[in-house]
Design a binder for this molecule. Structure first.
Ligand code: HEM
Ligand code: MG
Length: 261
C-alpha cells in the first residue's frame, strides 16, 4: 500500500520535472558517449544535468534555462550567449549545437587558453593540468583580483606566441578571452570589489563541478549583460602592462621622439 502511495506522489513529480531542470547538486562526470568541449562551465553544467548530460541538442531554450537555473543568468543574457554560440554548428539555420562543436578551432575556441593546450599541440578541449599550472602560477594570493587573472591571460599569450608558429589571436579573440577571464569573478566572486576566492576557481576548473561543497551558491540577483560588460572592462584595464593611466596623446609624442632621436 505504501509503495502505491509513494508512486502516486513520486510519479507526477518525476514527469513534471526534467532531470536537467532540478536545482540540485546532482553531479556525474562525462561517460564515453557524452560530448564535452573547451568550456569548463558548459562542461560543468552538463555534468550537473543543467544541460543534457550527453552534451547534445543544445537549443536556445535548453541553454538559457541551464544558465538561469545553474547560475542565475537572466533570460536576455542567456539568449545572447546562445546567439553567439550557434555559429559553431556548421549547418545553415541550425537550431542547436553540441558541446564538441565548440572545439572547432578559431570559431570560438582559440589559442592561449588558461586550461587547455593550443590546437597546434594536439587536444584543444580537454582540461590540461600542466597548462592550468602555468596560469595558476600568477594566482599568487588566496583572493584573486583582476590583475592576477589578467596576468595569467597575458602569460599564456606570451607562452603560446613564443612556441606556437600558428599562434592566432584577433580582436574578436581578445573580446572572448577577456569575457572568459572575467567569468570566474562574475559567477564565483564579488562583482562590486572585482575579486574571487582562488579555491573556488581552482575547484571549478579542475573538477568541472560547481563548488557547492566549498560553500558557493549561485548569485541571488540575476546576472545581466551590464555586469558582464563591467567585469570585462575591469579585466581589460588590468591587462595593460603600463603603470598609471595611459595617456594616448603622450604616448604618440614619446613615439615621435624615439623615432627622431
Ligand atoms: C572558454 C563557449 C558560457 C566560462 C570557452 C570556450 C568556448 C566557450 C568555445 C573556449 C575558448 C578557449 O579556447 O579557451 C561558451 C558558450 C557558453 C559559455 C557557448 C554559453 C552559451 C560560459 C559561462 C562561463 C564560462 C557562463 C562562466 C564561468 C569560461 C571560461 C573559459 C571558457 C573560464 C576559459 C577556459 C580556458 O581558458 O581554459 N567557453 N561558454 N563560459 N568559458 Fe565558456
Ligand atoms: Mg583554447
Amino acid at each position: 500500500k505504501s509503495a502505491i502511495l509513494l508512486a502516486y506522489f513520486a510519479l507526477p513529480w518525476a514527469f513534471a520535472t526534467p532531470q536537467h531542470a532540478i536545482d540540485s547538486p546532482h553531479w556525474k562526470p562525462a561517460g564515453p558517449n557524452d560530448f564535452r568541449g573547451p568550456c569548463p562551465m558548459m562542461n560543468t553544467l552538463a555534468n550537473h544535468g543543467y544541460l543534457p548530460h550527453d552534451g547534445k541538442g543544445l537549443t536556445k531554450e535548453v541553454v538559457t534555462n541551464a544558465l538561469k537555473s545553474g547560475l542565475n543568468f537572466n533570460t536576455s543574457l542567456g539568449n545572447l550567449m546562445f546567439e553567439m554560440a550557434i555559429v559553431v554548428n556548421p549547418e545553415p539555420n541550425a537550431t542547436f549545437f553540441t558541446l564538441d562543436q565548440l572545439n572547432r578551432h578559431n570559431v570560438l575556441e582559440h589559442d592561449a587558453s588558461l586550461s587547455r593546450s593550443d590546437a597546434y599541440f594536439g587536444n584543444n578541449h580537454v582540461f590540461n593540468q600542466t597548462i592550468f599550472d602555468e596560469s595558476r602560477a600568477y594566482w599568487t594570493a588566496p583572493i584573486l583580483d583582476a590583475k592576477m587573472l589578467a596576468n595569467s591571460k597575458i602569460a599564456r599569450q606570451v607562452s603560446s606566441r613564443a612556441s606556437n608558429p600558428n599562434y592566432t589571436f584577433t580582436t574578436k579573440t581578445e573580446a572572448f578571452s577577456v569575457g572568459e577571464v572575467s567569468a570566474p569573478i562574475i559567477v564565483f566572486g564579488d562583482m562590486d570589489t572585482g575579486v574571487v576566492n582562488r579555491s573556488l576557481v581552482e575547484y571549478f576548473f579542475e573538477n568541472e563541478r560547481l563548488p557547492t561543497e566549498l560553500g558557493w551558491t549561485k548569485k541571488a540577483d540575476p546576472i545581466s549583460l551590464d555586469k558582464i560588460t563591467q567585469m570585462s572592462q575591469l579585466i581589460t584595464n588590468a591587462t595593460s602592462l603600463l603603470t598609471g593611466s595611459v595617456d594616448i596623446k603622450a604616448l604618440k609624442v614619446r613615439d615621435l621622439h624615439s623615432g627622431f632621436i
